[in-house]
Design a protein around this ligand. Structure first.
Ligand code: SAH
Length: 252
């Protein structure tokens, strides 16, 4: 019987190949089979061996090309057939990356797993936009939330955003109006500074800033597309002006 292969859950970071870990780069360059999602930048995929097999399991918000259980099944099947699999994910595999589900299914099937962390979008975007997520004068708490999830309205975000704290919202572009409304219902003032970082750590990056009340308009008017992060908190007002590529008008 074939020796079981290993599944490597590898974080590819936010886009710039320079932001890969050495471990990720080495695995990528030696892998014969790479299963990647849609967020992985083409410049990173270009680092694979010319004879490597690349399988895309890209997920779009409303269109799953491959359901999660089939992705898990693919990883398990290939590993059981004796192949090492590099499962490449945008950012970090364990931050909104479903890495936990894939790991559990692999272990349930007796397939060994190694996890290689990546720079999550929050860290990559903060660096690229020069927004310090914590700052002794502005924020001593940081939270990461998913802005597009089951029952967004019923999710309890109370206390995650406000003075002295930073809230980073993944997957929040489509639901920006509900997010702004929810946060203001929870007591945030309409003038709380926010930033949107679109395509962080990629050549086409845009950084937009303004008050919370104007967030939905900004997303619509500037036609913000995925991937983008929304950051809520005073730290966004301290960002380096030079990287706020598109300034935002005052609140309504
Ligand atoms: N595992 C990933 C997150 C996957 S969820 C990580 O750790 O970063 C997908 C969401 O991540 C996107 O909807 C977007 O909100 C965010 N994202 C990923 N890459 C990004 C990038 N380059 N710029 C801005 N946001 C990004």
């Amino acid at each position: 019987m074939e020796k079981t292969g290993t599944v490597y859950l590898v974080g590819a970071g936010p886009g710039d190949p320079e932001l890969l870990t050495l471990r990720a780069a080495r695995l990528l360059q030696s892998a014969s089979l790479i299963v990647h999602d849609g967020l992985v930048d083409p410049a990173i995929l270009a680092m694979a061996r010319p004879d490597a097999t690349l399988i895309s399991v890209a997920k779009k918000r409303s269109k799953h090309t491959l359901p999660q259980d089939q992705i898990n099944g693919l990883l398990v099947r290939e590993a059981r057939a004796g192949r090492d699999v590099v499962r490449l994910k945008g950012g970090d595999p364990f931050v909104f990356g479903r890495g936990g589900e894939e790991m559990e299914d692999c272990y349930a099937a007796g397939v060994p797993v190694e996890v290689v962390p990546g720079i999550s979008a929050a860290n990559g975007a903060a660096a690229a936009a020069q927004i310090a997520l914590t700052h002794r004068d502005s924020a001593s708490i940081v939270s990461f939330v998913a802005g597009q999830c089951k029952g967004l309205k019923d999710q309890n975000w109370v206390g995650l955003a406000g003075p002295n704290r930073t809230l980073v919202i993944y997957m929040g572009v489509k639901t920006a109006p509900q997010i702004a409304e929810k946060l203001m219902e929870d007591g945030l003032t309409p003038d709380m500074p926010v930033a949107i970082i679109e395509n962080a750590a990629r050549p086409e990056m845009r950084v937009l800033r303004g008050p919370l009340a104007a967030l939905p308009d900004l997303v619509e008017r500037e036609e913000i597309v995925s991937p983008a992060l929304i950051v809520i908190g005073e730290v966004t007002a301290r960002a380096n002006e030079a990287v706020a590529y598109v300034a935002m008008e005052a609140a309504r």
